[in-house]
Design a protein around this ligand. Structure first.
Ligand SMILES: C[S@@+](CC[C@H](N)C(=O)[O-])C[C@H]1O[C@@H](n2cnc3c(N)ncnc32)[C@H](O)[C@@H]1O
Length: 436
C-alpha cells in the first residue's frame, strides 16, 4: 500500500552545524528504509529502530512492516519519520475517512488510519506506559468511547490562514498550511463557517459552536491576537458583534462560557467528565470541596448539590472573564464561591490559609503542563480525603502522580475518555487517596 509520492532519498532540510552535518542529528532527513514497527509512544507515533537509533514513525501501527521516509533528524538518539508504504498491514488499519490526512498532508489528526476501537487501545497503552515510566506504577487503563462517533465531534477549532487568505491546517511540525475545503472531525457548521471563506490579512481563525448551534468565528492577526468576532445564530439571524458568552449544557445544568474561554471541545466530554468526577469524589453532605483550575465552575457547580447547604465549594481560577462567568453559573448555589487567583505554590499557600479549614475533597484540572511538584506536594499536605485529578496530558498526570506518591498519596483508580477521536489526545480522571 503506497502512502504518498515516491521521493528520492535526499539529505536536506535540517539545520546544519559548521561541519555540514545537521545539528544534533545524523543527516538522515529524506532517507528511506524499511522497519518493523514496535509499540505506540506518547505523541501519535510508534517506535521502531534502525541502525541502533530510535525512529518515531507516524502513520503506522504496532507490528506493521513499513517503508519510512525520515522527516526530521535533530537528535543523536532518535529521528522522526513517516510510514510512506505499508508492506505488512495491521488488522487495525483502515482507509482514512479524511482525504486530507496522511504522510506530508494535514497534521491535525494522528490516527485516521486506525479503527476507533484500536485508537482507544493505543491511547490506553500510552497512559499505562507513562504511568509506568514516570510514576513507577503498573496500572490497568481503559479508554472509554464517548457518544457521537469518531467524526464531526470538534465543536471548537483554530484554523490557520496562509498568506493569500486561504484557510486550512498546518502540516505536522511545520508552519506550512494545508488548504482544506472541509475538516471531517469538526462539526459541519464550524467547518463551513471557516473553510469555505476567504480571510485576507488574517493569521488564523478560531471557531466554536455552542449547544444552541450558535457559531462564533474569531479572526486573529499574525501574532495570534483576536481582531474581531461574529456570532451567527441558527435561523440565519444577522451576524452580531461582539462575541459575548456561549451557552453550554453539562451535568443537567446550563453553563455560560466566555467566547474565548475554556470548555471541553467534544460535545459529550463535559457530561462524561462531570459524571466521572462525581463518582470518584463521592462528595458527602457538609464537606468542603476545592475545585482548582475551575474555568467557569463546571466541577464545583456539579459537586455543590452533594455538599449541600451545610457544605462549602470553592472554585479557584486565574482568568478574570472565566471567574465572571463562574459567578453567574454558580449564582443559585449559595454553598459555592469563586476565588480569582493563581494556583501556584504561593497562591495556594495563601488560599489554604484563607480557607481556614482543611478541604475534604480536591478536584484539579490543570492545563497541559500539569500542576507541578510544588502544587502537588501542597495539596497532599492538606490531608484531603480524595483528590480527583482531571488530565489532558498523560505525561503531566504521571509526573504529578509521582509527586503525590512521594507526598503520601497513592493512585486508587483511573478512567480514560476518548474525548479527541482520530487524534493522539486522551482525557483522564484519576483518584488519589492517602496511602495508609
Ligand atoms: C483545562 S481548563 C479546566 C477548566 C474547567 N475545569 C472545565 O473543565 O471547564 C484549565 C483552567 O485553568 C485555568 N488556569 C491555568 N493556569 C492557572 C493557574 N496557574 N491558576 C489558576 N487557574 C489557571 C485556565 O484559565 C483554565 O480555565
Amino acid at each position: 500500500m503506497a502512502e504518498g509520492p515516491a521521493v528520492p532519498p535526499r539529505l536536506a532540510g535540517s539545520a546544519r552545524a559548521p561541519g555540514g552535518r545537521p545539528k544534533g542529528g545524523l543527516g538522515w532527513v529524506g532517507s528511506e528504509f524499511e522497519v518493523i514497527v514496535g509499540s505506540v509512544a506518547h505523541g501519535g507515533h510508534c517506535v521502531a529502530r534502525h541502525e541502533g537509533r530510535v525512529v518515531f514513525v507516524r502513520h503506522s501501527l504496532p507490528g506493521e512492516r513499513v517503508r519510512v521516509r525520515v522527516t526530521e533528524d535533530r537528535h543523536a538518539a532518535f529521528c522522526r519519520a513517516d510510514a510512506i508504504e505499508v508492506l505488512e498491514a495491521s488488522p487495525d488499519r483502515v482507509e482514512r475517512p479524511c482525504p486530507y490526512s496522511g504522510p506530508g498532508r494535514c497534521g491535525g489528526c494522528d490516527w485516521q488510519h486506525v479503527t476507533p476501537a484500536a485508537q482507544r487501545d493505543l491511547k490506553a497503552a500510552v497512559v499505562r506506559e507513562q504511568l509506568s515510566r514516570l510514576a513507577g506504577l503498573d496500572v490497568a487503563v481503559t479508554v472509554e468511547e464517548l457518544p457521537g462517533g469518531p467524526l464531526r465531534w470538534r465543536s471548537r477549532a483554530r484554523f490557520a490562514v496562509d498568506r493569500s487568505g486561504e484557510p486550512g491546517l498546518r502540516k505536522h511540525r511545520s508552519h506550512d498550511v494545508v488548504l482544506l475545503d472541509d475538516c471531517p472531525i469538526t462539526t459541519e457548521s464550524a467547518a463551513l463557517a471557516v473553510l469555505r471563506q476567504h480571510w485576507p490579512g488574517a493569521g488564523a481563525v478560531d471557531v466554536s459552536v455552542d449547544s444552541t448551534g450558535a457559531v462564533t468565528t474569531t479572526r486573529l492577526d499574525r501574532r495570534g491576537h483576536p481582531t474581531s468576532s461574529r456570532v451567527v445564530r441558527p435561523g440565519g439571524d444577522l451576524p452580531t458583534e461582539p462575541t459575548g458568552r456561549a451557552a453550554r449544557r453539562a451535568g443537567g445544568r446550563d453553563w455560560e462560557v466566555e467566547g474565548t474561554g475554556f470548555w471541553q471541545v467534544h460535545p459529550a466530554a463535559a457530561d462524561a467528565l462531570v459524571a466521572a468526577v462525581g463518582e470518584l469524589a463521592a462528595v458527602r453532605p457538609g464537606e468542603t470541596v476545592l475545585d482548582l483550575y475551575a474555568g467557569v465552575g463546571l466541577f464545583g457547580g456539579a459537586l455543590a448539590p452533594a455538599a449541600g447547604l451545610e457544605g462549602r465549594v470553592v472554585c479557584v481560577e486565574a482568568d478574570e472573564a472565566a471567574c465572571a462567568a463562574a459567578d453567574a453559573n454558580l449564582a443559585g448555589l449559595p454553598q459555592a464561591e469563586v476565588w480569582q487567583g493563581e494556583v501556584d505554590a504561593e497562591g495556594l499557600g495563601e488560599l489554604l490559609a484563607e480557607l481556614g479549614t482543611a478541604p475534604d475533597v480536591i478536584v484539579l484540572d490543570p492545563p497541559r503542563a500539569g500542576a507541578g511538584p510544588a502544587v502537588s506536594r501542597l495539596l497532599a499536605g492538606t490531608g484531603a480525603r480524595a483528590i480527583v485529578y482531571v488530565a489532558c496530558d498523560p505525561a503531566s498526570l504521571a509526573r504529578d502522580v509521582a509527586a503525590f506518591g512521594d507526598a503520601g498519596y497513592r493512585l486508587e483508580g483511573i478512567r480514560g475518555f476518548d474525548a479527541f477521536p482520530m487524534t493522539a489526545h486522551v482525557e483522564c480522571v484519576a483518584l488519589l487517596v492517602a496511602a495508609s
